[in-house]
Structures are given as C-alpha cells and as structure tokens.
Write a protein that binds this ligand. Structure first.
Ligand code: NAP
Length: 276
C-alpha cells in the first residue's frame, strides 16, 4: 500500500522509554495491527532506539508486507557519511530489511542536497522504499523542491490537531498541490498547553455526545476527513487504540464543522509551524 492509502497509523513516541517495553504497550500495538492499523511511526530518537526495538518485537510474528513502517533519522545523522549507519541501526532494532518511509526528523545543519542524495543511496540499496521530511514549513518545502531529486519527497510529518490549525493556511494546500501526504503528529494535542482549550470546548463536547463518542475521537475524525491527511495518534492501551480506530467511522457534517470553527477558528494569517 502507498502512504496515501492510509488514514490512521500508530505513533510510538514515549513508548518503551527508560525501561523494558511494557506488556500493555506491546498489547496495544499488536491489537492495532490485528485490527488493521498497520502503519507504525517511530524514530531512532524515541527512547534512544527502545521504541523501535518494541516495534520490532511486536511485528516479529507479522507478515512484513502487511505493514507500513516509518522511522526517522536525526538531523545530525542526515549526512552521506552517517545516514547509512543510522538507518541500518533502525533496521536492526526493527528486525526488518527495509523501511517503507524514512523521514528527516527536522532540519539541521546538513545541506538538503546531501540529505536527499543519502536518502537516494539507501533507496537504491533497498533499505528504504521512500523518503520524506518532518517539521518542514512551506519555505523549507520550496527549498527542498529546488534541490536535485527533492521533489521525490514522499511525506511531510508536522504537528496538526484541532487546536493547532496553522498548517491549514498554506502548508496543507501546498502539500495537496504537490501531492505530498501530510502526516499529522500529536493529533490528540498531547501537549498540556492545548488540553485546557480542548476541555473548554462546548462544541467538541456536544458533537462527541451526539456521535456517542469521545472528544478525542472527534479530534481524529476532524483530521482524517481530509484528503491527504494521515493521523498517527500514540496510544499505549488497547482500549485507546480501539477508540482511535472507531473514529474512522465518525462523519462530521458541515454544521459540526461550523461549530468546531467557532471554538477553534481556522488560521487567517501565516503562523510559525507549531512543534509543541
Ligand atoms: P498524541 O497522539 O497527540 O497524544 C498521545 C496521548 O493521547 C497519550 O497520552 C495517549 O494516552 C492519549 N490517547 C491516545 N488515544 C486516546 C484516546 N482514544 N482517548 C484519550 N486519550 C488518548 O501525541 P504524540 O505522541 O505527541 O503524537 C503522536 C505520534 O506522532 C508520536 O507518538 C510520534 O510517533 C509522532 N510524533 C512526531 C513528531 C515529529 O517531530 N515528527 C513529534 C511528536 C510526535 P495513552 O498513551 O495512555 O494511550
């Protein structure tokens, strides 16, 4: 499957951190895969490799071609010299010989041209199927498009949730126009700074009650109703994974969207890319 065939995946940030993987997290990811959530997002950064190791353990009994594995390289490893080693370490931890998508986690000091050429080499060797970027705003995407091979970018993973809609102003339209899927990270507004706005939203509470769902399910439905957007919530319990899956069947009406816009207005001007 292509990335654009997915609506929802599973994030792994803060899983298996500073300890051996918890059985509940293992069960949550296994449950997700068994129920069709086969896109898994991880990174060499998460738990310094322990999240990738957890994913590796979870997917051991699963047919590799039924999965879509995404990992990310640190900016300081995104050079011709270091990327190969970083990628092989991720592959070893994941127990696979190829990644479906390998992302530059955020922009660092390595020139984009060099990073693209390092991605291309890994692609030629079969270590990765596609490559992409993360935390890139429009200006970064424009710059990427100007380097040789840069327009082969397969995704941009950025923060996007109902209470942080800045990407709707120009980045999301830019990505749609250039057929680059947007992977929405922190789709449940993980950061404490947004949780109070979410808790205070009468629209969210009412819509959730009307749909017999939770506020979090409505937040996911709000994102995945859009073409070109894939949400990757992190859930460490099977209960949360099941709820996230069920959000796929929630349909928001134009009236629901108008009520959401009142509490969480769409952007009217350019804002810096959110990363919180
Ligand atoms: P998130 O998915 O917005 O929120 C995760 C939080 O929501 C956890 O506390 C989780 O609790 C809770 N949750 C999950 N499902 C729920 C449900 N149905 N009802 C209520 N609460 C629920 O946060 P995130 O981890 O920041 O983002 C998701 C993924 O995006 C990450 O795991 C990572 O893979 C990726 N990411 C990428 C970047 C980047 O720079 N590219 C940055 C941040 C994140 P439990 O854990 O208890 O289930």
């Amino acid at each position: 499957m292509e990335l654009s065939d997915y609506k929802l995946g599973m994030g792994t940030w803060q899983m298996a951190e500073n300890r051996s993987p918890g059985p509940e997290e293992h069960r949550a990811l296994s449950f997700g895969i068994e129920n069709g959530l086969t896109l898994i997002d991880t990174a060499e950064m998460y738990g310094s490799g322990s999240a990738e190791a957890l994913v590796g353990e979870v997917i051991r009994p699963v047919r590799r071609d039924s999965l879509y594995l995404v990992s990310k390289v640190y900016p300081h490893n995104a050079s011709r010299k270091k990327m190969k080693e970083a990628c092989h370490a991720s592959l070893r931890r994941l127990g696979t010989d190829t990644l479906d998508l390998y992302l530059l986690h955020w922009r660092g000091s390595v020139p984009l041209e060099e990073t693209v050429s390092a991605f291309e080499e890994l692609q030629r060797e079969g270590c990765i199927q596609r490559w992409g970027v993360s935390n890139f705003d429009v200006a970064d995407m424009e710059e990427l498009w100007s380097v040789p091979g840069g327009d082969a970018c397969g995704a941009n993973q950025v923060l996007y949730h109902i209470a942080s809609r800045g990407v709707e102003y120009d980045l999301l339209p830019w990505l749609c126009e250039h057929h680059v899927p947007l992977m929405a990270y922190s789709p449940l507004a993980h950061s404490a700074c947004y949780r109070s706005a979410i808790a205070a939203s009468a629209a969210l509470r009412e819509i959730a009650a009307e749909k017999k769902s939770s506020v979090y399910q409505v937040m996911l439905a709000f994102l995945v109703r859009q073409e070109n957007v894939i949400a990757i919530p992190k859930a460490s319990t099977a209960k949360h994974v099941a709820e996230n899956l069920a959000s796929l069947s929630i349909r928001l009406t134009p009236e629901d969207l108008r009520r959401i816009d009142k509490d969480f207005p769409p952007p009217t001007e350019k804002a810096e890319l959110d990363m919180l």
